[in-house]
Write a protein that binds this ligand. Structure first.
Ligand SMILES: [Zn+2]
Length: 294
């Protein structure tokens, strides 16, 4: 099995059955070994290039703790948002990703995704009353109408469309100059992942695809996405900008990409992995005059 993508690979038992065990939770909160990943809107609490894990008693008494799980030493880990006024050095998740271990990247993505959800879902989506955290922060319950709300994970498909020796890449206007990447978009209600891949490529580039194949996935807590990576084969249409999503879209040959003609996404992004997998696949058919031949 290939290594997990950045922000996956957390080395915790998520302790699902314990989330509703109030006695167990109280004992873990009181345990001096228990640690807390602290993150506020401006970033994750760090000490240089390492996560700064806090003891429970370093945080305000009334702060809500969200259970992340139990590590290999039997130590419970929670997440909490002590607010931007809490003292300490902070770093953003994108900034931290390249310097953290695989497991710590997964841990911090888990913490940030859950805290993002609580921060943005304080009110019941059904009736508008203030909701309350339950099950150690894994649901929110509305005391007015009784609705239960679960943490959001928003699926995003990201796909590298290739045609023999060339790959379809696009760029958004807000990206650094020269940066191109695989196309991506949110899955819509009532749509399969394969349909989302085909629709996004058609909408963004005017291109038809075939052979949509799942590759790997990546938690992407900005604020709550799950990136689902696919490879797809070009089946028709010449790429052109179709909507406001992209500033430019087009074909890039292996030679051009390997020669540095295009700035690729950072190695922490699944888009880069999709591109690197394709670049390393010498079994791919070679294109001649736009037609793929084996
Ligand atoms: Zn409600």
């Amino acid at each position: 099995l290939a290594a997990p993508n950045t922000f996956a690979g957390e080395a915790l038992d998520r302790a699902g059955p314990q989330r509703s065990d109030e006695a167990w939770l109280a004992a873990r909160r009181a345990d001096p070994q228990t640690r807390v990943v602290a993150a506020s809107e401006s970033g994750v609490l760090v000490a240089g290039e390492r996560l700064r894990l806090l003891a429970v008693d370093e945080l305000p008494d009334d702060l809500e703790l969200v259970l992340l799980g139990v590590d290999g030493d039997g130590r419970a880990l929670f997440a909490a948002d002590p607010g931007d006024a809490f003292p300490g050095e902070r770093r953003g998740l994108r900034d931290l990703a390249p310097v953290l271990s695989q497991a710590d990247g997964g841990l911090v993505a888990h913490a940030v995704a859950l805290l993002n959800w609580h921060r943005r879902h304080g009110f019941c989506a059904n009736c508008g009353a203030r909701s309350e955290s339950r099950e150690a922060g894994h649901t929110r319950r509305c005391p007015a109408c009784g609705a239960e709300h679960h943490p959001r994970t928003d699926p995003v498909v990201i796909m590298l469309v290739t045609d023999g020796d060339r790959a379809l890449l696009g760029r958004q206007a807000s990206w650094p100059t020269g940066r191109y990447s695989a196309l991506a978009g949110f899955v819509e209600p009532g749509e399969s992942l394969e349909e989302a891949v085909a629709r996004e490529v058609r909408e963004e580039a005017g291109v038809q695809v075939a052979d949509v194949r799942y590759r790997s996935s990546q938690p992407w807590p900005f604020p709550s996405s799950l990136m689902l990576g696919f490879a797809a084969r070009w089946a028709g249409g010449e790429p052109a900008v179709r909507d406001d999503e992209l500033e430019d879209v087009g074909w890039f040959t292996r030679t051009a990409i390997l020669g540095g003609d295009v700035m690729l996404p950072p190695p922490t992004a699944i888009a880069r992995r999709l591109i690197d997998e394709w670049l390393g696949d010498d079994k791919a058919p070679v294109a001649t005059g736009g037609l793929a031949v084996r």
